[in-house]
Ligand binder design. Sequence first.
Ligand SMILES: Nc1ncnc2c1ncn2[C@@H]1O[C@H](COP(=O)(O)OP(=O)(O)OP(=O)(O)O)[C@@H](O)[C@H]1O
Length: 395
Amino acid sequence: MSQKLCTTCVTARAVLRRPKTGALVCRECFYNVFEEEIHRTIVDAQLFAPGDRVAIGASGGKDSTVLAHIMKTLNERHKYGLDLYLLSIDEGIAGYRDDSLDTVKRNQQQYDLPLKILSYNELYGWTMDDIVRSIGGKNNCTFCGVFRRQALDRGAAALGIDHIVTGHNADDMAETVLMNVLRGDIARLERCTEIMTKGADSNAPADEDAGGCGSAGGLGSDFAGLSGIRRSKPFKYAYEKEIVMYAYFKKLDYFSTECSYSPAAYRGFARMYLRELELVRPSAAIDIIRSGEALRVGSTVTRAVQQTCTRCGYMASNELCKACLLLEGLNRGVPSLGVSSKSHPSASDAASGDGTNGTEAPRGIGRTIERWTGIAAPPVATPPPEKRAPARMDW
Ligand SMILES: Nc1ncnc2c1ncn2[C@@H]1O[C@H](COP(=O)(O)OP(=O)(O)OP(=O)(O)O)[C@@H](O)[C@H]1O
């Protein structure tokens, strides 16, 4: 196969078989087609308007690193006229997020984008390490997903940004559809394939739609305006494998270690199921997304009525938003408060809600790409030496 020509340019040697289409392509044609598919997604969904201030949710992982690279590339190439920023949340997980944030700081230099980092500690007075010490290893992803969502909203609002893009990809979307089907969450199923949401997050776990906070540390009730923050997923139709290949061939600098608190989440089962489906039907992820998009939910299905959190003023499905409830439980030493919700998924589900438990690029990525494509991978790119330059906080 390695001697075959690219089926697009019919000139250069093919270096990979696209997982999405099965087409043999050379490196340049792969970059081109991958980037232009994202551009098409953005244009078709009318995600942006000139002058928009857009924050890229940057975790340092493969998806958001490729997203930052592509958003910058397309913004310049197609003159979107966007003001781009990197927005990172430091959950306070020693040995994981501190290392991935080092990657984001390098990305900030590489892409020359302003970076804002907000930490759980400064927002809530708790790091994830503190939370796990307090509650143990079981429900921590619920806290993390809910708090991250709020932290991203808060960071964006503080910067006058009304649009956050995240690196959720086609595999994430398809898994979410499957999970909502499997647990019978019809109301969420209706919304989970939307490319853009405003306020409530269709992927959010439990009552995470509420975002919000109720920090004993006194975040106050300054959530006015946050309900207007848009979230979108330009990688909605991009296959995770192709994102990894793009990062690999472009030698992008990303962090590929799994979160130390990542449990055997329910999403993991959906992911395994999707992988098996793809063996017999490579288009399974896109087909599942399309099915989700075409679904119309009957009027008899009960949908949560959106309210305002009486404590912090943010959107909620109950008197208190989920974040306020969780924080209340932590501060009162009753961490189970707000974790179990009859009508909502378990804590392990929550790991997936904000995309907090996505599949990382496996180690030995060269070997993996070889397995996926059947083509010998080039030598592994070593990340550039760490520069340790201070992050630019020029908001
Ligand atoms: N700590 C964070 N700070 C900012 N954005 C985040 C953070 N964690 C996740 N995100 C956003 O949510 C998306 C999905 O996150 P998830 O945890 O599922 O990771 P992933 O699928 O491995 O993505 P990535 O490879 O970008 O880490 C990320 O691509 C990123 O845009």
